[in-house]
Design a protein around this ligand. Sequence first.
Ligand code: DAH
Length: 344
Amino acid sequence: MIEKINQLLAEIETLQAANAEELEALRIKYLSKKGIINELMADFRNVPAEQKKEVGMRLNELKSKAQARIAALKDAFESQDTECDDIDLTRTAYPVGLGTRHPLTLVKNEIIDIFARMGFNISEGPEVEDDLHVYTKLNFAADHPARDMQDTFFVEVNDEDVTRNIILRSHTSSVQVRSMEHAQPPIRIICPGRVYRNEAISYRAHCFFHQVEGLYVDKNVSFADLKQVLLMFAQEMFGSDTRIRLRPSYFPFTEPSAEMDISCNICGGKGCPFCKHTGWVEILGCGMVDPNVLDACGIDSKVYSGYALGMGIERIANLKYRVSDLRLFSENDTRFLREFEAAL
Ligand code: DAH
């Protein structure tokens, strides 16, 4: 019996299987109920008593070695990935096309960065707004002609009472209102976002575009503070030799109000077709927050003052990249978008 066991032990060491069927055949041959090892176990009762101890130990050894060998063959077999045999791991990878950032995102991020360095935080608000936040609290009288100027989109709501009240925001100044409603000064925020106006789409107008709004409210905020921030912004954005000028203007929510021009960054102020030979190009609106707006938003206008500013991101992008047709920004033509690959 011992001899038989030794012979089987040697045999087991050399077992091989080329596929799952061969492996199963081996398992059946050695380890199944009617397999060789179980038959030996059955013969065990015929072993003379004085040999029982040794034979028993050898039999157990045989069984565990057979199990281990078959398990090892199975493992080797399963880890072998037959489908990957023909992959050439040394071949150069296919180039993966990286996306580009949209030019408006690039410009928006640059504006945010500049203002963030001056201590402004980002604030965002809803695009679907109500009249209160877009106009009324910003000091637009109910019959103010500026409401028409903004070419507002109205959102149809089933309830007749609110039909003319739910609108798509026509400027990001609504975020000023929401921020002031929810916080007391000091408030120093910039609000980037998309705005909507009912305009015919052409190379120079679109029914949606993007703005960045700025607001600073605190004690003793003055027009001089506004001017300094505007100069810093213009020089960071368009170069350190950029000059600014402020022209008096009108917005319902600021008093006094101004529009800011920068020295034309294309001709350096000498005059060219882009600046219509004036040497200046307009880039934003601004002013001191009207006390009525502060009061409407729950901020005491006798204690606090503030300035606000607002600019179109497309306008700044045009100045930076000279995009001649506004529609290119929303058409997703990859030939156009790819031009900004290097600007990442
Ligand atoms: N909301 C104005 C617009 O859409 C832009 C603007 C002008 C924003 C003056 C301001 C501001 O905060 O002070 O045309």
